[in-house]
Design a protein around this ligand. Structure first.
Ligand code: SF4
Length: 172
């Protein structure tokens, strides 16, 4: 035990270092996203995130957009607490039976025009959790979806690319 404690004092951590975000590419992507939001909405984009039953892997990547590395708010893109203040719903996970009504009510509470972006492979058809007694289905089985961003989970950069493609596509 003493040997283990001594080793843990002097041994380097086993965790891998965080990947360096490509700062210039990220800034360009986020700036384009903010410009596209201003063209479409006349202001910055406000996003409400809804975890409809995910394993939280997708949430970790979405939360990373607000951390000190990515810091999306500096480009004017905000996560909001209420669907009434949102332009876009970012939905993760298979939709569980427990969350189905909450997702429907969140969708109804979000003012038009609005976008629904389904994040992660689980949102397509339940993914790893398809067939579970607790799962109602993919997000499109419950509310209309404008874009799926695939991945398990998708990286923060992939999330930004997906949002940008949606806003630049002219979908309403
Ligand atoms: S797509 Fe992958 S990371 Fe995201 S909720 Fe499903 S299993 Fe988890």
């Amino acid at each position: 035990m003493r040997k283990l404690l001594l080793e843990s004092l002097f041994r380097a951590p086993l965790t891998e270092p965080a990947p360096e975000p490509a700062e210039r590419a990220l800034a360009e992507l986020a700036t384009r996203l903010d410009r596209a939001a201003h063209r479409r909405l006349g202001r910055s984009l406000s996003i409400r995130e809804v975890d409809a039953g995910s394993c939280n892997g997708c949430e970790l990547e979405i939360h990373a957009l607000s951390n000190a590395f990515y810091d999306l708010e500096r480009f004017g893109i905000r996560f909001v607490a209420s669907p009434r203040h949102a332009d876009m719903l970012l939905v993760t996970g298979p939709v569980t039976k427990n969350m189905r009504e909450a997702l429907e009510r969140t969708y109804t509470a979000t003012p038009d025009p609005k976008w629904v972006v389904a994040v992660g492979d689980c949102t397509v058809d339940g993914g790893l959790f398809a067939g579970s007694y607790a799962v109602a289905g993919g997000v499109a089985d419950v509310v209309p979806v404008d874009l799926h961003i695939r991945g398990c989970p998708p990286t923060p950069t992939r999330l930004l690319e997906g949002l940008l493609a949606l806003l630049e596509s002219g979908a309403s």
